[in-house]
Every structure is written in structure tokens, then in C-alpha cells.
Design a protein around this ligand. Structure first.
Ligand code: PA5
Length: 417
């Protein structure tokens, strides 16, 4: 993984002026990472061997007992797992369907219809155990499961807080297999913990290599020189751009396997940084697709945006061949691979956008596998915490999301609202 800062109009001395502040933030995070009542536990990427074995054994059991796994969760308790599974692919032995991340009746009905004649299992993931959307989905699909299977209890897997919450009590009462979300890790920082590794393992993805990648990144980014530490530099660059009125960051991928990774990134940065009337507005696009929809705005709209581009080299060698009549005028591409053309599209777009006043950060991956993705996840989590703290906000809370809930509960006559 290489991060390039060539297309940012930022002086080295400006980056260096952040050295002391970053040192303090890093010390603070390191001091807090082992505290059980804080939210910095994600900095420890080592998970007990016993826990890993339990996840792997349970995943094998689910892959044998079901054709479909319903993963129920929302926000940080869903996006990380989906990001990894969509990026690395599911071997399709077990289909994974996500529910509980919306309140669309049509969507839920379509899932009910789809699983009618299929064996299914459920992994419900909710730290609080009380989030409305997943709680509703769990009630609906648990009922279907209990009506259909005498062994329903053996098909339900609960991932929640180790001690408290409605789901924890239910799991204990019913004897469901359960996993404990670490106390000191919040939803959006939980992808590399027991919170989300079960569905990832169910897709036959090597969770140990994912963690190994994150571990490698955690060692690489211990280098405390802000000029050489790409993670610190990304956090600092965002803050400098923000001060220069670049309020919107577009996270654009050139590989649509990274669509849900971008969704995960968007939540991580939006929920961590957007508070106290501060924060870069994070948004994501899929290129080249969205160059044909949003490309116009990026090139010539308001100049308050910058881009973080992610480009993955492809292993596939799909070549364009010469065609005798050349009716599509594509013979100039004779012998070139799609990967090469995609790269040239990326290079041409960066040049155009930079000339149009849109600064660019480029992240290149030689390949997309467990190791690289683990590194990338750690890179963004760590940079997000540092960037938010440089901005002067708490990266680990989300007080604002309660507002809509209060209104909704009142409208639904929930007791106490
Ligand atoms: O990042 C977060 O903390 C949130 O997005 C939560 O993950 C999300 O609201 C779901 O919460 P819970 O796991 O308690 O159901």
C-alpha cells in the first residue's frame, strides 16, 4: 500500500508544524488503549487465539447448516463486515444477506420471500441490543425461524455486549451461541474485533490474515515522524485542507469491489468528526462510473472539495484485441488490458481535477487481499482518530444521532418519550 501526497498544495513545513500536536495525541491514544472503560480498544489488533478458534468453528457450523446467513445490524455493527465481504468476495457456499439496516417493508418482504425455501441462520449484531432497526428485523426473522425449525436456537448467533442489554439477556436465557463485543470499542471501529469477524469468516475469508495486515500496519505507523508516517500525514493533510475551506472529501475508488468499503469509510469519518459544528463532510463515489454523473461538479462546481482516491491493481489480464472492421474505433487500444486503461483513466482524471482546483491524495494497492485490506482498515481508523482530535472533537461518541430517534420514538408512542 502506497499513499501519494504529490497532488496536494501543502508545504512540508506546514505538515511539520503539526509534529508536537500529533505526538501528544498519539501518546494520549496509547495511554488509553488498554482502559476497559474508554473507546480506544481497537488499537489492540491482537485477538485471543481461543476467540479466533470459536469464530472459525462457528463459521464452519453455519456454512454446513445453512444456505443463507442473515446478518442483522446497522451502522458500525454492519458496514465493516459488509465492506470486507464485498471487497474480498464470498465463495458463495453460503449466501450472506443483510437486514436490519433499513426500515423498508418491501426490502424485508423480499428477504422473507427469498428465504422461504432455503435453510437459513441468523447472526444478529448489536452492541446496545436495543437499536430499533436491527431489533425489529431480529423479531421478524426469529419468529420465522422458530416457526420453521425445532432447532431454531442452534441457528441463531448473537453478537452483543458481554454483560448488559436486551440481546445479552435473551442470548443467555435462550442459550444462543454468543460473541462479546469488546467494551472499549465503538461500532464504527469494530470491524477487526469479535463484533464483525463471524460473518466475515462465514464468507470463507481468512480472518487471521486480515488481523495480521492490521497488526503490520499498527507497527508501521508507530514511526512518529509526521513526514514519513503516511497515516499521520493523511490526518494532518485533511486538517490543513479543511482550514483552507476544503469542507468536502470525496473518497473515490476505481474498483467497485470497494463500494462498501467506501460506505464504511464514510461512516467512520462522518460520525467521528462531524460534531460541535465542525468536520469535513465525507462522501464517496465509484469511478469511472460516477465520472459520468458527478464528474462535472468535481471539475467545475464549488471549489470546496478534495479527493482521496483508491486504486487497486488487477490480477486479471483482460486484453482488447484488434478488430478487422474497427467499427467502434477501438483499435488504438489493441493489446492493452482493462487494468491499464483504468489506470490511465485514473491518471487523466487526477490531472484534470487537480488542474480544476481539486487536491488529490492517492492510495495505491498492489492487490486486494486480506493482508492489504487489514492494513487499509487500520490506516483509516488510526488516521480518523488523529484527524478528529486535531480538529478538536471526540472521535468516539455520536451524541447527534439520538435526536432523530427521540422524535421517532415520540411519534411511535414509545413509553418514556
Ligand atoms: O458506530 C456506531 O457506534 C454506530 O454506528 C452503531 O454501530 C450503530 O448505531 C449500531 O449500534 P448497535 O450496535 O448498538 O446496534
Amino acid at each position: 500500500m502506497i499513499v501519494k501526497f504529490d497532488n496536494l498544495d501543502i508545504l512540508d513545513e506546514d505538515i511539520l508544524s503539526y509534529q508536537d500536536r500529533v505526538n501528544k495525541i498519539v501518546d494520549d491514544l496509547n495511554n488509553r488503549k488498554n482502559k476497559i472503560d474508554d473507546f480506544v480498544g481497537w488499537l489492540n489488533v491482537d485477538i485471543d487465539k481461543e476467540e479466533i478458534d470459536k469464530i472459525k468453528t462457528t463459521a464452519l457450523k453455519i456454512r454446513k447448516q445453512a444456505q443463507v446467513l442473515l446478518v442483522i445490524g446497522i451502522g458500525g455493527s454492519y458496514l465493516g463486515a459488509r465492506a470486507v465481504i464485498e471487497a474480498l468476495g464470498n465463495d458463495k457456499k453460503l449466501e450472506i444477506i443483510y437486514v436490519g439496516h433499513n426500515l423498508s417493508s418491501d426490502y424485508i418482504q423480499s428477504v422473507i420471500d427469498y428465504i422461504k425455501d432455503k435453510d437459513f441462520a441468523i447472526n444478529v449484531i448489536s452492541k446496545s441490543g436495543t437499536t430499533t432497526e436491527p431489533a425489529i428485523a431480529f423479531r421478524i426473522f426469529r419468529e420465522i425461524m422458530e416457526q420453521r425449525y425445532v432447532d431454531a436456537k442452534d441457528r441463531i448467533y448473537v453478537t452483543t455486549d458481554s454483560k448488559v442489554g436486551a440481546l445479552r439477556s435473551l442470548a443467555n436465557d435462550k442459550g444462543y451461541t454468543s460473541f462479546a463485543i469488546p467494551n472499549n470499542v465503538g461500532g464504527r471501529y469494530s470491524v477487526l474485533t469479535s463484533a464483525q469477524l463471524l460473518p466475515i469468516a462465514c464468507a470463507n475469508i481468512d480472518i487471521e490474515r486480515l488481523l495480521k495486515g492490521a497488526k503490520e500496519a499498527s507497527l508501521i505507523y508507530q514511526n512518529n515522524n509526521v513526514m514519513n508516517n503516511e497515516c499521520y500525514r493523511y490526518a494532518i493533510s485533511r486538517n490543513i485542507l479543511y482550514k483552507n475551506d476544503k469542507f468536502i472529501e470525496i473518497f473515490a475508488n476505481y474498483d467497485n469491489r470497494l463500494h462498501y468499503f467506501s460506505e464504511w469509510w464514510k461512516q467512520l469519518y462522518g460520525e467521528s468528526e462531524g460534531k460541535d459544528n465542525k468536520g469535513i463532510f465525507p462522501t464517496n463515489l465509484d469511478f469511472t462510473t460516477d465520472l459520468h454523473s458527478m464528474g462535472q461538479y468535481i471539475q467545475q462546481g464549488r471549489r470546496n472539495i478534495f479527493e482521496t482516491i483508491i486504486f487497486v491493481n488487477s490480477n486479471y489480464d483482460i486484453k482488447i484485441s484488434k478488430n478487422i472492421d474497427n467499427s467502434d474505433n477501438l483499435n488504438y487500444l489493441d493489446g492493452k488490458t482493462i487494468n491499464y486503461i483504468n489506470r490511465k483513466a485514473m491518471e487523466g482524471t487526477i490531472k484534470a481535477h487537480v488542474e480544476g482546483g481539486v487536491s488529490n491524495i492517492l492510495i495505491e494497492l498492489e492487490r486486494l487481499d486480506e493482508l492489504e485490506l487489514g492494513k487499509l482498515i487500520f490506516f483509516f481508523e488510526y488516521a480518523c482518530a488523529i484527524s478528529s482530535m486535531l480538529m478538536g472533537v471526540n472521535p468516539f461518541d455520536q451524541p447527534g444521532v439520538e435526536e432523530y430517534k427521540k422524535n421517532m420514538f415520540k411519534l411511535l408512542n414509545k413509553p418514556g418519550f
